[in-house]
Design a protein around this ligand. Structure first.
Ligand SMILES: [Zn+2]
Length: 251
C-alpha cells in the first residue's frame, strides 16, 4: 500500500474508529452521520499551520521543529526521501475540520475522511514536486531557489487538485460548501515563498515557470517543437515504476 493510504488509515483509526467503538453499542451499525461539533476541540489553532518553512533540504531532524511541518523532501544522497509526519498531519486535519465546522456545521464522518485524503495527497504531491526539482537539478545543473521553489510546489498542489475534480473522486464527492471552505483555507498561505503560489495558479504560467526554473535551455533544445518541458517534468519525472526516491511515515 502506498505510504499516503497507510497514513490515512492510521490517522482515521486513531481519531474516528476509536471514538465510534466507544460511543456506539456493538450491535448497532455505525452511521454516516454528522461529526460532533466538539469532536476536535483540542486541536491547535489553525493559524499555527500558516507558519510554514521550506521543506526541501539536505537533511531534517527526525522530529520536526514545528507543528506546521507536514512533510519534507530530503535531497538525493541517493535516493531522495519523502517523509510525511503523521502527528502533524493529524493535528492539521483536526484543526482544519474544526475551522471548517465554524462556517459549515454539517460535516459528515465520510466528508471528514475525504478532507484527510485531500490533505495527505496534497502534502505528498508537494513533496513529489520537490523531488522533480532535485532530480532535474542533478540532470541539468540548475540552481536552487528555496522560496521560488516553495511557491511552485504549492502551485503544483493546485494543478494536481484541479485534476482530481471528477464527480466520482473523493474530491468530487465532498460536499461543495465544505470543499470550498477547506480548499480556500488550505491555499490561504501567508508564509514567505508559499504565499506567492497564485502567480502560477494558471496552468500555462505554471509550466512556463517550471521550465524556466529547472531547464531554461529547453527553449533552444526543443526549438521548433511543441514540446513543453515543464509539463513533461511534472508528469514523468516522479515515475512510481522507476523511482530515485523513497518514502516513509514519520511520527
Ligand atoms: Zn515545500
Amino acid at each position: 500500500m502506498a505510504s499516503t493510504d497507510t497514513l490515512i488509515k492510521q490517522v482515521l483509526a486513531n481519531a474516528l474508529t476509536q471514538r465510534r467503538e466507544d460511543s456506539i453499542p456493538a450491535d448497532e451499525v455505525p452511521d454516516d452521520g454528522l461529526l460532533p461539533l466538539d469532536i476536535f476541540d483540542d486541536a491547535p489553532d489553525f493559524d499555527v499551520f500558516r507558519e510554514r518553512v521550506p521543506d526541501s533540504d539536505e537533511s531534517f531532524p527526525e522530529i520536526p521543529a514545528s507543528l506546521a511541518v507536514l512533510g519534507t523532501y530530503q535531497w538525493m544522497a541517493s535516493p531522495g526521501l519523502i517523509t510525511l509526519y503523521r502527528g502533524n498531519i493529524e493535528a492539521y486535519w483536526k484543526s482544519l475540520i474544526r475551522h471548517a465546522q465554524r462556517q459549515f456545521p454539517f460535516v459528515t464522518t465520510k466528508d471528514a475522511e475525504r478532507v484527510l485524503q485531500l490533505l495527505v495527497y496534497s502534502v505528498y504531491q508537494h513533496e513529489r514536486f520537490h523531488y522533480v526539482c532535485d532530480f532535474s537539478r542533478r540532470l541539468f545543473g540548475g540552481s536552487f531557489d528555496r522560496w521560488h521553489e516553495e511557491a511552485l510546489a504549492v502551485a503544483w498542489e493546485w494543478q494536481w487538485l484541479k485534476s482530481q475534480d471528477r464527480w466520482n473522486s473523493f474530491y468530487g464527492l465532498m460536499h461543495p460548501t465544505l470543499r470550498r471552505v477547506v480548499v480556500q483555507s488550505m491555499f490561504d498561505h501567508r508564509a514567505p515563498g508559499y504565499r506567492d503560489w497564485r502567480q502560477f495558479a494558471n496552468q500555462n504560467n505554471f509550466y512556463d515557470a517550471v521550465t524556466a526554473y529547472l531547464y531554461p535551455a529547453s527553449i533552444q533544445t526543443f526549438n521548433g517543437t511543441s514540446f513543453n518541458f515543464g509539463a513533461w517534468a511534472v508528469a514523468h519525472v516522479p515515475d512510481d515504476n522507476n523511482r530515485a526516491w523513497e518514502e516513509q511515515i514519520g511520527r
